[in-house]
Design a protein around this ligand. Structure first.
Ligand code: DX5
Ligand code: ZN
Length: 212
């Protein structure tokens, strides 16, 4: 059974408390997409929103940093109460040291990467991180179409983690819905991030149950 992490990017920001309640009651993790308009061509939200979510969140928060210089903000996210923090492989000069910094604050450290990055690029850092965030769309926007090659990428990563007997969790993010969730879990995913499929559903709790 997978853990489901609704992406708050698809929440109703005018009624954020209601959508925080949705996650509290039926899902496992708050996925927070932080975009800077530099690494990705979109700007999402920052600390005031993270703090607002934190004030009502009963489940752990997972911040997905789509920003340049993620190392600058690690302490701020720790102070905000984030439990899982990921940064993109594409922007880190020294991924192992960024992961070490995240761990030094007691958070789980994750490496995220876009669909055009070969999976093997993350292999040298598997000992340095607690989870890997495999993007199944290009980072930047919610509501995009799932990229089918993700299944084999997740499988390849799962095989490598098994082969080296590591304890690294696989999170997958982008275009996930009840239509592809079970195939992703079969491929080796542990955590499924879903924005539109949860918050645009008539019954978000049923959508989460279907993905679990
Ligand atoms: C995309 C984000 C995703 C996104 C997922 O850059 O990382 O977390 O919000 O949204 P859906 O599920 O709508 O693709
Ligand atoms: Zn994300």
């Amino acid at each position: 059974m997978a853990l489901v992490a609704p992406s708050m990017l698809s929440a109703d920001f005018l009624h954020l408390e209601k959508d925080v309640e949705t996650v509290n009651s039926c899902a496992d993790i708050f996925h927070l997409d932080i975009m800077d308009g530099v690494f990705v061509p979109n700007i999402s939200y920052g600390f005031p929103v993270v703090d607002a979510i934190a004030s009502a969140a009963l489940k752990p928060m997972d911040a997905h940093l789509m920003i340049v210089h993620p190392e600058k903000y690690v302490g701020r996210f720790a102070d905000a109460g984030v439990a899982m923090l990921s940064a993109h492989l594409e922007v880190m000069e020294d991924p192992a040291s960024v992961m070490g910094l995240i761990r030094s604050y007691g958070m789980k450290a994750g490496i995220a990467f876009n669909p055009d990055i070969p999976v093997e690029k993350v292999f040298p850092y598997l000992e340095s991180c607690d989870f890997v965030l495999v993007m199944s769309v290009f980072a930047g926007f919610g509501g995009q179409k799932f990229i089918e090659s993700t299944y084999s990428r997740v499988q390849e990563l799962r095989n490598e983690i098994r082969r080296r007997r590591l304890c690294v969790t696989i999170e997958v993010d982008g275009g996930i819905s009840p239509s592809n969730s079970s195939a992703l879990v079969e491929a080796g995913a542990d955590i499924l991030v879903a924005g539109s499929a949860v918050f645009k559903a008539a019954d978000p709790a049923a959508a989460v149950r279907a993905m679990k």
